[in-house]
Ligand binder design. Structure first.
Ligand SMILES: [Zn+2]
Length: 414
């Protein structure tokens, strides 16, 4: 096998992205240090210096772990591709299974399983060392092992049949140059089905969901739902405390099968009017159809990506340049999914920019249907519970953060 000019471009993109990520981490680390001794303006009455410093230490510990993750995942990517690991697995299955679709499915399954074991040490460290040290971990070893196998089971149940169908279409003579359009249709239907069954089926594998029971709160909520015209399967409480003391709320599902979910950990420290304000924020996402927009973006970007793959699959330089000697549909698929993030890395800030805009819109919606003061106090509690930094670096935040910092959100609400 010979490496080629594309190898060089690939390595250059990896190097640039790693340096950019490390540089952003370095900036963030410095921003935390600079604000360590003083609570940022406007928060001195609501956030104690002690809590602010804890958030600073927590953010720094996460950054340190992230340094290792960046370096480690880069090495893993290089071992998979240029190091020849994928090529070896491909050779292994090609000697044992003749049918190309079945062989490709085994190949993809092997890579998926190996990848989930490779991630394991980091996941163990994050939960049982880092989160534990700061008092956020609620996960037992039993839950952790259970989660690990549930993830693998979900991978096998959903991803294996999907991979099989995709590879079948890719190998179908009758649709030769247009396989990628068919694959796109299958993929889009898959995403829609998963979004439909996620709240009532998939999410329940790991968590319990109970309808929100609190009569005083219920009255507030019913009236808010009437005011905003939201119809759904309901408002649910999730047992997030099984894994972590961090709190959250989210909006999930599509069509009639949509839900608003509160973590039990979020509800614990909040007053009813604050919960109402958070709910109004989630309804803001619904009102502005943010999840539909995200879905459409996903369909458009997957269409473009598959069109690109439709071209690359016939280019020998694409395989050889990334360490694969024998072109095939399954190696093209996996190579593409590994290499694409290296290049699309440079456009990730756009997604986060849109997401932050959506957060501001949802906040404004909440402020117009409930008291903005309640949203502010709930945000302060939420950021405090999650030990989020109040003073992130501007560039780091622009690149990584899907949610604006508490300071910016509150400023807009005042
Ligand atoms: Zn939001």
């Amino acid at each position: 096998m010979e490496f080629n000019f594309f190898t060089f471009i690939f390595l250059f993109a990896i190097l640039t992205s790693v340096l950019a990520l490390l540089y952003l981490n370095f900036r963030q680390d410095k921003a935390i240090d600079n604000s360590f001794d003083e609570v940022p303006d406007g928060f001195s009455e609501t956030i104690k210096l002690e809590d602010h410093q804890k958030a600073g230490k927590y953010t720094k510990a996460k950054l340190l772990l992230n340094h290792f993750e960046i370096i480690f995942s880069t090495i893993v990517l290089l071992v998979w591709t240029l190091g020849g690991a994928m090529n070896w697995i491909d050779g292994y299955w090609s000697q044992r299974v003749i049918d190309p679709v079945l062989m490709g499915t085994f190949f993809i399954l092997s890579i998926m399983l190996i990848a989930s074991f490779i991630d394991l040490p980091f996941s163990i460290y994050r939960n049982f060392v880092l989160e534990q040290k700061f008092g956020f971990n609620r996960m037992t070893v039993k839950t952790f092992i259970g989660d690990f196998f549930i993830d693998i089971a979900q991978g096998i149940i959903f991803m294996v049949p999907l991979s099989y169908v995709i590879l079948y279409l890719m190998n179908l003579e009758a649709i030769k140059d247009f396989w990628w359009i068919y694959v796109w249709i299958v993929f889009s239907l898959f995403i829609l089905t998963m979004s439909w069954i996620y709240p009532t089926f998939i999410a329940t594998w790991k968590n319990k969901f109970t309808p929100l029971e609190n009569s005083a709160l219920k009255n507030r909520i019913t009236s808010l739902l009437d005011r905003t015209g939201f119809k759904s399967d309901g408002i649910f409480v999730m047992d997030g405390s099984k894994r972590s003391s961090h709190g959250n709320a989210y909006f999930t599902g599509i069509g009639k099968n949509k839900r608003i979910v509160f973590f039990d950990t979020l509800l614990k420290g909040m007053e009813d009017k604050e919960i109402e304000a958070i709910l109004a924020h989630e309804l803001g996402h619904f009102h502005y159809k943010h999840s539909r927009q995200r879905m459409i973006n996903l369909f458009v970007s997957s269409f473009l990506s598959l069109a690109l793959l439709g071209y690359l699959i016939n280019q020998v330089w694409f395989y050889n340049g990334l360490g694969i000697s024998q072109p095939s549909s399954h190696t093209a698929l996996i190579l593409f999914s590994l290499a694409l993030p290296v290049f699309s890395f440079f456009i990730t800030p756009i997604g986060n920019l849109v997401s932050r805009k959506h957060e501001f819109q949802a906040d404004a919606f909440a402020a117009s249907h409930t008291d903005a003061k309640d949203l502010i106090s709930s945000l302060i509690k939420l950021y405090k519970e999650n030990s989020s930094s109040l003073s992130p670096d501007k560039y780091y935040s622009a690149f990584h953060d899907s949610h604006p910092s508490a300071v910016l959100r509150i400023e807009k609400l005042l």
